[in-house]
Design a protein around this ligand. Structure first.
Ligand SMILES: Nc1ncnc2c1ncn2[C@@H]1O[C@H](COP(=O)(O)OP(=O)(O)OP(=O)(O)O)[C@@H](O)[C@H]1O
Ligand SMILES: [Mg+2]
Length: 238
């Protein structure tokens, strides 16, 4: 069986400045794969390139058996990928419910959209309680949950999360990542998780890649990487 996502020798950058220098990775169906690395390593650039926001300058991206390397970003949701950008990027002046419904805008059937809305509010009960509140009034953790829930509304095969734990308390980090694990188990989702919180990321991930200056320098089962002294010293503060 081929992987859900296969990225081969990917190059991307901004203007004439290269950031990704030949990155290759794969994500199998039902896997949580973590990308860890320091500030500026190119993690967000990688998610941008995979989701189609940033056209790659080289390499290929295969998703569900199709070459999506040159696919424009607005095709993302319909094609089965959903990106939760850094900070969540909710619409602050819309309610929680309206933010969630926007995540399901590709679903033509209104009844199905409402069914999914109820389902995500069951998964994240706090969003049900805050349903008619403006998204801009949510706490950091609630906002991140809302962003994840919004991404789930399109029933993606692959959800990409860019540092969901940034600025959150350790308890909130655990809750968000536990919710992601639950979703993976419940709806057979695959996840590409970018995190600076390496300890937590390696706890929930099946496999991981270490990105350094636009190249992967290490990869393997998350448990193996978590026990690697090089990873512990450089990224886990041990
Ligand atoms: N829009 C942009 N225009 C120009 N350069 C950019 C742009 N976005 C990022 N860069 C540069 O590309 C490099 C990689 O940035 P990127 O945001 O991918 O890193 P990151 O690993 O996500 O870092 P962080 O952990 O801080 O989020 C950095 O040197 C950054 O300054
Ligand atoms: Mg980033």
């Amino acid at each position: 069986m081929s992987a859900l996502l296969t990225v081969t020798a990917l190059h991307a950058g901004y203007g004439t400045v290269p950031v990704l220098r030949g990155v290759s990775l794969y994500v199998n169906a039902g896997e949580i794969v973590a990308i860890v690395g320091a500030n500026g390593a190119g993690k967000s650039t990688l998610l941008g390139a995979i989701s189609g926001l940033l056209p790659p300058t080289g390499g290929t991206i295969m998703f569900r058996g199709a070459d999506v390397t040159a696919r424009p970003a607005h095709r993302g949701p319909a094609s089965g990928m959903a990106l939760v950008p850094e900070g969540g990027r909710l619409f602050p002046f819309l309610t929680v419910e309206d933010n969630l419904l926007l995540g399901g805008f590709t679903v033509a059937d209104k009844a199905e959209r409402l069914r999914r809305l109820n389902e995500v509010m069951e998964t994240f009960p706090i969003l049900g309680e805050r349903r008619f509140q403006l998204a801009g009034k949510l706490s950091g953790g609630e906002r991140q949950m809302c962003a994840v829930a919004r991404a789930i509304m399109s029933r993606p095969a692959l959800m990409m999360l860019d540092e969901p734990s940034v600025g959150l308390s350790p308890l909130m980090v655990e809750r968000i990542l536990a919710a992601v694990q639950t979703l993976v188990a419940r709806i057979g989702l695959s996840v590409l998780l970018v995190e600076q919180n390496t300890v937590e990321a390696l706890e929930v991930a099946d496999r991981a890649y270490v990105l350094d200056h636009g190249n992967f320098v290490l990869d393997g089962p998350a448990r193996t990487l978590a026990a690697d002294p090089r990873v512990q010293q450089a990224y886990m503060g041990l």
